[in-house]
Design a protein. Structure first.
Lengths: 241, 340
C-alpha cells in the first residue's frame, strides 16, 4: 500500500544555504512517525514545505497519491493535512472556542455543526474550563493545546505536530501522548511529529526519521535509530544511552 | 429566522436594541428640523462606519480611501438621475456595482501581489486620489464645477426619486443603518465572519486551517465597497451637489473612519456610538463656542481634537467595550457569569 504522505528527493535552499537537501521519507497511513534532529537540521523547513508555506526547489510531495507540492497551505489543509506551529500562532483576540471553530469550519459550512465539533475537541484537549477565555490570556502549555485543538478540528487525515510537547510538564506530556495514541488507534489518525522531548518520541513513534544538516542520516524503528552510530554522534551524544 | 438572528444576544441586549429602535423611530415626531439634520448625519456616519468596520474591524484590512466608494455611489446614481432621469433605486445598483468593481480591483492588486498593512492603506488612498483627479476633469459629471441635482421640493416626499424632506431622508438612513447592523451581526456568526476574524488575528494560522486568504479578503473588500457606495447615493440626493474636491477628498475618508475608531473597532455598536458621540460633540462644541463668545475660526476643531485625544488615551479600545461591560452586554462576561 502506498504511503499517505510521500516525500521524494525534496530540496530547499535559502540564498545559498541548503536548508533541506534530497530528503525522502514516507509516512504510511495510520502510523506515527517522529522527525528528529539537532537544532537547525531542517525539520521545520521540512514541515513548511509539506504544509505549503514554502515551495520546494526540487522533489515531489504526495498526499494520498496526489502531488501537493506547489499548493497553497489552505488547499493542503482541505486535502486533509493539518499542522501546528512551533511558535504558536493563536487568534489572540478570539476565545478558545472561536479559535477552534475556525478550524472546524474547514469541514462544514454550518457554524452550529462547527460549534459541536469544537466542543468535543476542546474537551479532548482538556481546555473546556477555558472555552470562553481569550487565547491571549492562555499560558504557553495551553496555547500549545489550542494549536493542536484547532488542527484537530479541521478533521485531518494526517496531523503534523511541531514541538507541541515543548514546555509541558512531564504529566502533561503523558496526557498529550495518551491523547495522540488514542486518536491514532481509535480514529486511525496518521501523525508526523517534530519533537525534542525523547520521552514522547519514544512512546509514540513507530518509526523515526533523523535529519542532520538538511539530510536524512537515519530512518527506522526507534530502538534501531537511537543505536545508530551516526545518530549518536551527531545528535544524542555518546552518553545518551 | 428570528431565533437565529437573536442567537447569542444577551437578554438585556434585545431590550436595549428594541428601546433604541423605538426612540430612533420617534425622533422625527419630536425633533426640530435642526436636530433632525443632526440625526441624519449621525445615521450616515453610523452606516458608512459600519461598512468600513466590516473591512478593518473584522478582517483587519485598513482602508484609508473609503471616500472612493462613497463618491462612486454618489456620482453613479446622481449622474444617471441628472442625465437620464433614472430613479436612484436603480441607480444605486449601478453605484454598488461600480464601487464593488473598484474595491475588487484594488483588492486584487493588493492581495495578488502581497501588498499588506500600511502599504495596502496607501494603495486605497492612491485610488481615491485618482478618482478625485479623474472626476475633476470629466465634463459629463460636471468636472470641478460640480454635479447638481434639481433642488428638492420639501412639500412632497417623492420616495421613488428620493426628493423630499429631511424626515424622509432620516427614515431612509435609519432603515439602511438598521439593515447594515443586522447584516453585520449575521455575517459575524457565519463562516465568512469567523474566517475574517481569523485573518485579522493571524493570516498564516488562518491559512493553515484551510482559509483561502485571497478569496475571503476579496469578499470583504467588495462587500464593504458596495455597502459604502449606498451611503454615497443617499449623500448625493440629500445634499444635491457633488464636487470631486470634497467627495473624494482624503479628509472624507478619515472622517468616516472616526466613528468606528472612537466607538470601538470590530464591534457592532462601535460605529453607532461613535457616530452619535462625534456628531453631537461637533454640533455641541459649535453651539458652546458661540455661546461663550470665542467663536474664532478653528477653536471648535481644537476642542474636537482634544476630545478625540482623550478618548484614545483613556479608552484605547473605544467607548463601546467598557460600556458593554458596565451594562453587562459583553457576550464573554455574560457567558462566564452564567457558568458560575
Amino acid at each position: 500500500m502506498a504511503a499517505l504522505l510521500e516525500v521524494v528527493g525534496v530540496s530547499k535552499r535559502f540564498s545559498g544555504l541548503k536548508a533541506v537537501e534530497q530528503v525522502s521519507f514516507n509516512v504510511p497511513e495510520g502510523e506515527i512517525v517522529g522527525l528528529i534532529g539537532p537544532n537547525g537540521a531542517g525539520k521545520t523547513t521540512c514541515f513548511n514545505l509539506i504544509a505549503g508555506v514554502q515551495r520546494p526547489d526540487q522533489g515531489v510531495i504526495k498526499l494520498g497519491g496526489a502531488r501537493i507540492d506547489g499548493w497553497r497551505p489552505d488547499q493542503i489543509c482541505r486535502a486533509g493535512l493539518a499542522r501546528t506551529f512551533q511558535l504558536v500562532k493563536p487568534f489572540a483576540g478570539l476565545t478558545v472556542m472561536e479559535n477552534v471553530i475556525v478550524g472546524a469550519l474547514n469541514r462544514t459550512n454550518s457554524v452550529r455543526a462547527a460549534q459541536q465539533i469544537s466542543g468535543r475537541v476542546i474537551q479532548q484537549l482538556g481546555l473546556e474550563g477555558k472555552r470562553d477565555q481569550r487565547a491571549a490570556s492562555l499560558t504557553l502549555p495551553d496555547r500549545k493545546r489550542l494549536e493542536v485543538a484547532r488542527a484537530l478540528a479541521t478533521a485531518p487525515r494526517i496531523l503534523l505536530l511541531d514541538e507541541v510537547m515543548a514546555g509541558l510538564r512531564p504529566t502533561e506530556t503523558d496526557h498529550m501522548v495518551a491523547l495522540f495514541q488514542d486518536l491514532n488507534q481509535r480514529l486511525g489518525l496518521t501523525i508526523l511529529m517534530i519533537e525534542h522531548v525523547m520521552r514522547a518520541v519514544m512512546a509514540l513513534s513507530r518509526q523515526i526519521v533523523v535529519l542532520h544538516h538538511g539530510q536524512v542520516i537515519a530512518a527506522g524503528a526507534p530502538e534501531a535509530v537511537t543505536r545508530d552510530p551516526a545518530v549518536l554522534e551527531c545528535y544524542l551524544g555518546e552518553d545518551a544511552l | 429566522m428570528r431565533e437565529r438572528l437573536l442567537e447569542g444576544v444577551p437578554r438585556q441586549g434585545v431590550i436595549l436594541l428594541s428601546a433604541l429602535l423605538a426612540v430612533l423611530l420617534l425622533v422625527p415626531a419630536v425633533a426640530s428640523d435642526y436636530l433632525l439634520t443632526v440625526g441624519i448625519l449621525i445615521l450616515y456616519f453610523a452606516y458608512v462606519g459600519q461598512a468600513w468596520n466590516l473591512m478593518m474591524g473584522y478582517a483587519g484590512q485598513l482602508s484609508l480611501g473609503h471616500a472612493l466608494y462613497v463618491g462612486l455611489g454618489a456620482y453613479a446614481a446622481a449622474a444617471l438621475y441628472v442625465h437620464f432621469g433614472v430613479t436612484p433605486w436603480i441607480g444605486l445598483w449601478a453605484g454598488m456595482a461600480i464601487a464593488a468593481a473598484a474595491g475588487g480591483g484594488i483588492g486584487y492588486l493588493a492581495f495578488r501581489f502581497g501588498v499588506a498593512g500600511v502599504y495596502f492603506a496607501i494603495l486605497t488612498i492612491a485610488f481615491a486620489e485618482f478618482a478625485r483627479l479623474g472626476f475633476d476633469h470629466w465634463p459629463w459629471v460636471g468636472g470641478s464645477a460640480g454635479l447638481f441635482l434639481p433642488v428638492a421640493n420639501f412639500a412632497n416626499n417623492d420616495l421613488v426619486n428620493l426628493r423630499g424632506s429631511p424626515t424622509m431622508f432620516y427614515y431612509v438612513m435609519l432603515t439602511m443603518t438598521a439593515a447594515a447592523f443586522v447584516l453585520c451581526h449575521a455575517l459575524l456568526r457565519s463562516r465568512a465572519g469567523y474566517y475574517w476574524l481569523a485573518i485579522r488575528e493571524s493570516p498564516e494560522a488562518a491559512q493553515a486551517l484551510g482559509v483561502d486568504l485571497f478569496r475571503y479578503r476579496m469578499y470583504v473588500v467588495v462587500l464593504s465597497a458596495a455597502m459604502t457606495s449606498l451611503g454615497g447615493v443617499v449623500f448625493a440626493f440629500y445634499y444635491n451637489n457633488l464636487f470631486p474636491e470634497q467627495v473624494f477628498h482624503i479628509s472624507r475618508s478619515i472622517e468616516l473612519i472616526l466613528a468606528p475608531i472612537i466607538g470601538g473597532i470590530g464591534t457592532l455598536f462601535g460605529p453607532l456610538i461613535g457616530a452619535f458621540l462625534l456628531t453631537t460633540l461637533a454640533e455641541a462644541l459649535g453651539e458652546a463656542v458661540r455661546a461663550v463668545g470665542i467663536d474664532v475660526p478653528g477653536v471648535k476643531q481644537v476642542f474636537y481634537g482634544v476630545c478625540l485625544l482623550l478618548v484614545v488615551m483613556f479608552l484605547p479600545d473605544g467607548v463601546w467595550p467598557p460600556l458593554a461591560k458596565a451594562l453587562k452586554l459583553d457576550r464573554r462576561s455574560a457567558d462566564r457569569s452564567s457558568e458560575r
